[in-house]
Unconditional design. Sequence first.
Length: 315
Amino acid sequence: MTKSRILVLGGSGFVGKEVARQLSASDWAVPVVASRFAKSQGGLETIQVDTLDSASLAKALVGIQGVINCVAGEGRAISDGAAILVKAALAASKPRIIHMSSMSVYGTAEGVIDESHICRDDLGWYGHAKIEAEKRILEYAELGGEAVILRPGCIVGPGSRLWVDRIKTWLKAGRLGDLGAYGDGPANLVDVRDVAQAAVRGLALKLGTSQCEIFNIASPDSPRWNEYFSDLALQIGAIPLKTFGTRRLQLDAYAVGVPTKVVEKILQRILKKPAPLPEAIPPSLLGLWQQQIYLDSSKATSLLGLNWTKYGSKI
């Protein structure tokens, strides 16, 4: 049986690596791992692709039956990259596109949120870029392509810098703890293995021409943020957990976090590598940790048949 060649854009990143691993373990697919620098990745086929260059993408799409878009980064890489991908895919064989979006498209919405909920562009550049990218993928379906959009919550698991490593760093430094009402929001955690599983199963999902399906991807047993912080602190020995009030959090995020981020960007431009500064707590997280948003992922459970990783196995 001839295996399908699946292009994994952003294949050297946190999610992309797991997607490529699961595709490689299947008996029907061959991952083609695409990134800006084409680093060797466990014997997998790797190619160098600039996702903001139409010629580069067009070349990469030759002989490809499906695309999983895991590109992250700055706003332009997300939104413009999606537009360029769609244009190149339409000019090629119209491979199915699995697009990695984010719960950020729901903005500051609260309550139980399923895929029918409107997008809300009120979370800054990241949410805006994700919404614009989704528009391009929907246009792809309207023009005859097949697509699946995944909206993961906060992706955890080994190698998760954003939602595991940096939180552990803040807990160890005594900069994070029990936030009371300010950490009472649902965490909407999802294991990276489940996100990759959804992407791979999306390739086999029965779709009609000009159809796009959208799925929330968050574990049904995900805890609230305070519980997650407590469990991580226990794991790394950062106990007893400190209790934080809103004034202290705001001081760290605004008086320390914002200036630190500015200096970090300046140094990174000078040094041409990540600056050795303490990880800043972005002000946006203060809102997320108390936001009462619960992603309803029942559609992914039923249509994609996901086998969710249990919460206790995530940490």
